[in-house]
Structures are given as structure tokens and as C-alpha cells.
Design a protein around this ligand. Structure first.
Ligand SMILES: NC(=O)c1ccc[n+]([C@@H]2O[C@H](COP(=O)([O-])OP(=O)(O)OC[C@H]3O[C@@H](n4cnc5c(N)ncnc54)[C@H](O)[C@@H]3O)[C@@H](O)[C@H]2O)c1
Ligand SMILES: O=P(O)(O)OC[C@H](O)CO
Length: 336
């Protein structure tokens, strides 16, 4: 068993620390917020995972150097907007060849870079990898069966991540399609906002199925234009994660969407959810990418109009329904 530093003790980082601890690793869990560490140390509780008692065997620390020292692997689990600043702080303590597994899901708005691209840029000496898939912290921390994908261009690194995380309740596949994984992870949050808004408007399962299906069509079109593989978007980190995020009451993106569908503003919805709503940060980046790669993304466009231009969610759905008529299957010719 190895030594692993989990950098970021939000809901997901803490669930991952519990999972890795249960796998027999020595885990250090770090937070940028010392009070958070103090609270976990003294109460053995995380405010967003009330059903879980945090084990004594995890070391809770606010000292970044300590959390990173002599580790077989690091997991970077801060929300996507803090990935660059945290990676910058990590650089000086990071040895050559250190594996850093990103678990945040987002695209940087200003640069349109993925999380592993940011990590590699800030910490050139490291080996970045990604772990993604349909995995709500509330369920992982309770040991409910979950599947994910470990992505790295290098097989040995993907397999090292797979070995560290794999357990009877956490099955891990490997993939070299890091870009495809990261695009799917970031964009499913934007579509989940739309699915939540449909729920908030009182629409039904038909609407949800339409958003999921047309959503993955948009995501895969963009992802393939960027160099990702179709199989990835049909897999756990694509359609799999999109389904769970659009359907689960654990999803912060869906919950924020529900409130927006009920008439809350984006700011009011984010405040109410009280945890990071990544889709709000990725929505503009997704729209910019759709323009950059000339890929039409009507759901992403509609979400941007609702979030940032004050368009009522109901009107956005009507406009999506009334777009120009289209053919769904373009691979078969019509009969004369
Ligand atoms: N929660 C899940 O089920 C889940 C599952 C898979 C992936 N993710 C992804 O993991 C990432 C983190 O999500 P989360 O659920 O832990 O969010 P969260 O809302 O629980 O994270 C909040 C945490 O961010 C950290 N933070 C606050 N300010 C910071 C700063 N200035 N610098 C560094 N860290 C700071 C604090 O530790 C705080 O607890 C997101 O990208 C999310 O998409 C979450
Ligand atoms: O709660 P959400 O909407 O941020 O989704 C969490 C995870 O990404 C689900 O796999």
C-alpha cells in the first residue's frame, strides 16, 4: 500500500480520502482553509457528508509540504477555479515524475485549458492524470458500488491510478483519452444545469431524456473536433456521468438548475446550493470552444442565455424545440 496526499478537502476530496484510506493507503488530507482541517480533526465529520465518520488513520493537515512529502501519488481535488492557484503553490514541493491525479471537472474560462493541461503548465516536472466518471461523493464515501476511469497518455500511470483506487466497491477502468475524459467531465455539468431547469419547470422524463441524448450529441461532436474519441463519450466519463448528473438529487449542478427553472437567478441558485456548481464556470468556456471549433451546441448556448443574459428557462426550452428541423441519423442514405 502507498502514501497518498489528497490536496483539497471539499466534499469530493474527503470522500476520496475515505476511499483510499479504506483501500489501506496512508492518506494525508490537505485544505487551504485551516478551520476545515481543525473541524475534521476534532469532530471526525465533514459538513457535506454527515452520514460518514472520518477515520482517525487519515492525517488532516493544513501544511501543503507535509501533505505532499514522499508521496507515491497526489490527488488534486480542489474546485476547478482553484486548480491553477493550488498547482502553483504545489510546484516547489513536487518531485520529478510525481503522479498528480486531477479529479476536478472544468475548463478554465480565460484559457480554455483542461485541468491536466493547467497542472502540466504549472508543475512541468509532474506526471498529470485524471480520474473521472459517475461518482457522487455522498455515495462513494458510504461505499456504494461506483465505476470510474483513470486517464493518462502513459499506460503505466493510468494503471498506477487504477491500482490505487480499485476496490470491491470502486471499479476503475483505464484510458489514454485524457482530453475526451476531461471534455466530457466539464461539459456534462452544463447540460445538467439544463436538465435541472427542465425539472424546475415541471417538465417530465421525456424532456430529461431529450436533454441527455442531445446533450451527449453536442459534447461528443465538440470533443471529437478537439481530438477526443467517440468511445469515450459513449462511456462512463461521457454518457455515464451525464446520466448521473442529470438524474441524481446529489448533483449540485442539477439542483442549481432546478432552482433556476423555478425562477431563481444564477447567483441565488449558487448561494442556495452552498457547494461548487461547476457548470456555471464551464458554460462560457463551452460556448467559446463551440465557436473556436465551429461546432453547433444549442443546449450550451441556451444555458448561457439563461445564466448570463436573463432569458427565462421556459423560453430557452421553447426555442430549443423550435430550432430548424433536422435529421437525426446522418449515416444512412434515404431511399428514393
Ligand atoms: N462532489 C462530488 O460528488 C464530486 C464528484 C466528482 C468530481 N467532483 C469534482 O471535484 C471538484 C471539487 O468538488 P467538491 O464536491 O469537493 O466541491 P466543494 O464545494 O465541496 O469544495 C469546496 C472546497 O473548496 C476548497 N477551497 C475553498 N477555497 C479554496 C481556495 N482558495 N483554494 C483551494 N481550495 C479552496 C475548500 O476545501 C472547500 O471545502 C469539482 O470540480 C467537482 O466537479 C465532485
Ligand atoms: O454534484 P455535481 O453536479 O457537481 O456532480 C458531481 C460529479 O461530477 C458526478 O459524477
Amino acid at each position: 500500500m502507498g502514501k497518498i496526499g489528497v490536496i483539497g478537502s471539499g466534499t469530493w476530496g474527503t470522500a476520496i480520502a475515505v476511499l483510499l484510506n479504506n483501500n489501506g493507503h496512508q492518506v494525508d488530507l490537505w485544505s487551504a482553509i485551516p478551520q476545515e482541517i481543525e473541524e475534521m480533526r476534532s469532530t471526525h465529520k465533514h459538513k457535506n457528508l454527515p452520514e460518514v465518520t472520518l477515520p482517525d488513520s487519515i492525517r488532516y493537515t493544513a501544511d501543503l509540504e507535509e501533505a505532499m512529502k514522499e508521496k507515491d501519488m497526489l490527488v488534486l481535488s480542489v474546485p476547478s477555479v482553484f486548480v491553477r492557484s493550488t498547482a502553483r503553490r504545489m510546484k516547489e514541493f513536487c518531485p520529478q515524475g510525481q503522479i498528480i491525479v486531477d479529479v476536478a471537472k472544468g475548463i478554465e474560462e480565460d484559457t480554455l485549458k483542461t485541468m491536466t493541461e493547467i497542472i502540466q503548465e504549472e508543475i512541468p516536472q509532474c506526471e498529470p492524470a485524471v480520474l473521472s466518471g459517475p461518482s457522487h461523493a455522498e455515495e462513494v464515501s458510504r461505499g456504494l458500488p461506483t465505476t470510474c476511469v483513470a486517464g493518462s497518455r502513459k499506460k503505466r500511470i493510468a494503471e498506477a491510478v487504477q491500482s490505487a483506487f480499485m476496490s470491491p466497491v470502486f471499479r476503475v477502468y483505464t484510458s489514454p483519452d485524457v482530453l475526451g475524459i476531461e471534455v466530457g467531465a466539464a461539459l456534462k455539468n452544463v447540460v445538467a444545469l439544463a436538465a435541472g431547469a427542465a425539472d424546475g419547470l415541471g417538465y417530465g422524463d421525456n424532456t430529461k431524456a431529450a436533454l441527455i441524448t442531445r446533450g451527449i450529441a453536442e459534447i461528443s461532436r465538440l470533443g471529437m473536433a478537439m481530438g477526443g474519441s467517440f468511445q469515450t463519450f459513449a462511456g462512463l466519463t461521457g454518457i455515464g456521468d451525464l446520466i448521473v448528473t442529470c438524474a441524481s438529487m446529489h448533483s449540485r449542478n442539477r439542483r442549481a438548475g432546478i432552482l433556476i427553472g423555478k425562477g431563481y437567478t444564477m447567483e441565488e441558485a449558487m448561494k442556495e446550493v452552498q457547494m461548487v456548481v461547476e457548470g456555471v464556470y464551464s458554460a462560457r468556456a463551452a460556448l467559446a470552444l463551440s465557436k473556436k471549433y465551429s461546432v453547433p451546441m444549442p443546449i450550451v448556448e441556451a444555458v448561457n442565455q439563461v445564466l448570463f443574459e436573463g432569458k427565462p428557462a421556459k423560453d430557452a426550452v421553447t426555442d430549443l424545440m423550435m430550432r430548424d428541423r433536422r435529421i437525426e441519423n446522418t449515416s444512412l442514405p434515404w431511399e428514393e
